[in-house]
Design a protein around this ligand. Structure first.
Ligand code: ZN
Length: 278
């Protein structure tokens, strides 16, 4: 398969990649560099409010691929679990209001402080089943995102695309449920390519960053594409072979490096790297 550089209009940069900016600053910075797609982060949306966020997005001609991140449905207490459902219903409405195609959804970790992972998975599954009609009514898809096993306890009780595919089989709602494939979370998995083929049209979102060989923080030291070990272009080509033609979304949590830099430098670097290695 010959490597084909990513078309510029398929580049999306997550708002969280510009953590040093507020909502308006991040969108203005993307627009300055000709990046027309973003994924909005809930914290920044909460600071700005939906109406003002929509105005800023429209003024700059930036489209919203998704709202990040919902789910977190593993609370063991019934009141907390119900609260999580209510929160997700609100986030689904917000996603629809800002024009997002999907709400990226993570299961949540072992919040109860016990180690019963199967019980936590069952609570997440039950919560997702409850959200299916809400998402369907709002016209927003839920993109289930497996995360790296090192954040199993804190963030996600599913770690592989195989487990996510199995959860979607149980939910049997592929018109509204789908998947977010994050290369940082999944690149190590020997079954990744087979599971991409199996997921096929379920794949809604494709998140990329890089794995730094000597990472200093599993969650907050993600690398710039090209600086680490992940062959993001190869994963993209596998996704495309399976039918995916959506945006490639750069999502870099980098407390130690990129969040400290000038946002224009960050976006310019991503634009250059996208042409070279996405
Ligand atoms: Zn992600």
């Amino acid at each position: 398969m010959s490597p084909v550089p990513l078309a510029a209009d398929r580049l999306c940069i997550h708002q969280v990649t510009l953590m040093q900016c507020d909502f308006a600053q991040s969108i203005a910075c993307l627009a300055r560099h000709g990046v027309g797609k973003t994924a909005v982060w809930r914290d920044k949306l909460a600071e700005t409010g939906v109406a003002e966020a929509v105005r800023i997005l429209n003024d700059h001609g930036v489209a919203v691929v998704s709202l990040c991140a919902g789910g977190l449905l593993t609370a063991p207490g019934p009141a907390q679990w119900q609260q999580a459902l209510d929160d997700n219903c609100r986030w689904i409405e917000q996603a629809a209001a800002i024009g997002a195609t999907s709400l990226v959804t993570i299961t949540g970790g072992l919040d109860g402080g016990d180690g019963d992972a199967e019980a936590a998975r069952q609570r997440a599954l039950a919560g997702l089943a409850r959200l299916v009609p809400e998402a369907r009514a709002a016209g927003v898809r839920l993109a289930l995102e497996p995360l790296h096993p090192m954040v199993f306890g804190a963030r996600s009780v599913i770690s592989t695309l195989k487990e996510a595919n199995a959860m979607l089989d149980l939910l049997n709602a592929d018109d509204v449920m789908g998947l977010a494939v994050d290369s940082y979370a999944l690149w190590w998995d020997s079954e990744l390519e087979d599971q991409i083929d199996r997921a096929a049209s379920r794949i809604i979102n494709f998140h990329v960053s890089d794995w730094l060989r000597e990472t200093r923080d599993i969650r907050l030291d993600r690398g710039m594409p090209g600086d680490g070990l992940i062959d993001n272009r190869r994963i993209r080509q596998r996704l495309e072979s399976a039918g995916f033609d959506g945006p490639v979304e750069v999502e870099i949590f980098s407390e130690l490096d990129w969040w400290k830099r000038d946002p224009d430098e960050v976006v310019q670097t991503i634009v250059t790297r996208a042409a070279a290695c996405l």
